[in-house]
Design a protein around this ligand. Structure first.
Ligand SMILES: Cc1cc2nc3c(=O)[nH]c(=O)nc-3n(C[C@H](O)[C@H](O)[C@H](O)COP(=O)(O)OP(=O)(O)OC[C@H]3O[C@@H](n4cnc5c(N)ncnc54)[C@H](O)[C@@H]3O)c2cc1C
Length: 493
């Protein structure tokens, strides 16, 4: 694998590689046979016998899984475009503290769904004690993903290229796409796989422009160092009470904080906890329905009949994409309005050690969780932020952290997705959730046409699949995409 920002940075022997590859781009017969960016410019190339070129944008878990799968399942050339030095970590496993553990058991988090023991074997090879039911430290899981990517890269040799860059534009061109990045480099590819993670964090409506721009307001708690400046001797408010808020509360209380952390949301619901050991699996019929009520009734019946609610939720989860696709638009809207929060707290659960730590913090008064409707967040004249909650006296906080999760498109789109939206190369997903795709992950253009060669994996498929954020689902997306990539008619594309 080679990776340079431009030909001039290439080391002497790298330059030879670059030249050799560039020569390969134009074979002695003068007919270009392949094209991958080495320098700031790409060579024209027809399709045909040459191996296809896939450009993967994004080096988090989804991008690393996609690259690994394309390299293992095809003879294609693959270009990974991402600013990360060690792909695989991304937001979730890159910025994790020692107190952050996975919210899924080790047996569910292997890179191959056909080999659930893969992660455990890696742990044991690292001397890391782990059982199938273990909730591993997130940072170690990042090591695992990075190692799997590195192993695939080592095997692929020069079939894999890395661009340590951020893609700024994707444009269709005859026979493929042109990806431009922030180093001024371009990549020409037959297939582009978007693996760019979630959009930017949602901005809570109650937060004024001034407050939003202030140092006391943390819009993105995952940004490196985002929580470092929060004073330990002043009250802090977290907007949201989901897993993000739990993560932030653990970080803020990990350093001997002297004032409580408060978390607020409309219903004040914390995620439920995983049981110490997985319950017996439930197995019951759950026919797809266009309407929501029959599904909810079926789930309640199963629990009333004695099935463990965790096992029942896990059955619904495994069928989420077909159930969601089966609901008509009105039923999906109803689910979003009335059931989404309950689903989130039962589906995205805290690992037992996290739940026990949160229990201690609640008992000690170091963490307070409450329900309420924020009406405004604005700068306080003496510093900090004034927060108004409906029916309460205004209160002053040293800092306010947005833990409301990713925003929606187009508002939260960055330059790349924003440009593709404007160009009609993609459109927002159902109910404004993520990006619209077909079942295999082909991105739909502004007219709803699924585009051969333009693919998406990761949480942005939420509008189409509903469950699209966790590793087991992302792994499933990648495996399905690999199958679609290899279907003959696409190769003829
Ligand atoms: C804090 C946290 C904890 C989680 N814990 C778990 C868990 O325990 N179990 C589980 O199953 N799931 C968990 N998830 C969910 C899931 O694992 C993540 O959603 C998954 O890591 C998403 O991976 P991703 O690659 O899609 O996104 P990201 O990790 O966000 O990676 C996207 C990458 O794309 C890059 N990128 C973005 N735009 C561009 C561009 N224009 N050009 C080039 N590169 C770009 C970014 O630099 C980033 O590295 C967690 C998520 C979070 C946020």
């Amino acid at each position: 694998m080679v990776c340079w920002k431009s030909r001039d940075e290439a080391p002497r022997n790298g330059r030879k590689d670059a030249e050799r590859l560039y020569q390969a781009a134009t074979d002695p017969g003068g007919t270009p046979v392949t094209s991958t960016v080495v320098s700031g410019r790409v060579a024209e190339a027809p399709t045909g016998s040459r191996p296809q070129v896939a450009a993967i944008i994004g080096g988090g878990a989804a991008g690393a899984l996609a690259a690994r799968t394309v390299l293992r399942r095809t003879n294609w050339r693959t270009v990974l475009i991402s600013p990360e030095s060690r792909p695989g970590r991304g937001v979730a496993y890159g910025a994790a503290g020692p107190w952050h553990v996975l919210n899924s058991r080790a047996a569910a988090m292997s890179v191959d769904s056909a080999d659930p023991g893969h992660l455990l074997r890696w742990c044991h090879a690292q001397g890391l004690p782990a059982e199938p039911a273990t909730f591993l430290p997130r940072a170690r899981y990042g090591d695992y993903l990075a190692d799997q990517f590195a192993a695939a890269a080592a095997t692929a040799g020069d079939r894999l290229r890395r661009r340590l860059a951020t893609a700024t534009a994707v444009r269709p061109e005859p026979g493929g796409f042109l990806v431009t990045d922030d180093t001024g480099g371009t990549t020409r590819a037959d297939h582009v796989i978007l693996a760019v993670g979630n959009p930017a964090s949602q901005r809570p409506a109650a937060v004024t422009d001034e407050a939003y721009r202030s140092v006391e307001f943390v819009a993105d708690p995952w940004a490196v160092g985002a929580l470092d400046a929060i004073p330990a001797d002043q009250p802090v408010l977290l907007i949201g009470t989901g897993l993000t808020a739990v993560d932030v509360a653990l970080t803020l209380t990990s350093g001997g904080r002297r004032t409580p952390v408060e978390a607020i949301s409309r219903r004040g619901l914390l995620p439920r906890a995983h049981p110490e050991l997985p319950p017996p699996a439930a197995d019951f019929d759950l026919p797809a329905s266009a309407r929501l009520r029959p599904l909810l009734r079926r789930v309640r019946q199963e629990i009333a009949a004695g099935a463990d609610w965790v096992a029942v939720i896990d059955v619904v989860r495994t069928r989420a994409d077909s159930l969601w696709a089966g609901l008509d638009d009105d039923a999906q809207q109803r689910f979003l309005r009335h059931c989404q929060r309950m689903w989130e707290v039962h589906r995205h659960r805290m690992a037992p050690p996290i739940a026990s730590r949160v229990g201690d913090l609640l008992r000690d008064g170091a963490l307070r969780v409450r329900a309420g409707r924020l009406t405004s967040v604005e700068p306080h004249p003496d510093g900090g932020l004034t927060v108004r909650v409906e029916g309460e006296q205004p209160r002053r906080y040293g800092a306010v952290v947005s833990c409301t999760g990713p925003g929606s498109l187009p508002g939260a789109a960055g330059p790349l997705l924003g440009g593709m939206l404007r160009d009609g190369l993609l459109r927002t997903g159902p109910h404004g959730l993520g990006v619209d795709t077909d079942a295999d992950g082909r991105v739909r253009d502004a007219h709803g046409r699924a585009q051969h060669g333009l693919w998406l994996v990761g949480p942005l498929r939420r509008g189409v699949l509903w469950e699209a954020t966790a590793v087991p689902e992302i792994r499933g997306q990648v495996e399905r995409l690999a199958g679609a990539l290899l279907t003959p008619n696409l190769q003829m594309q």
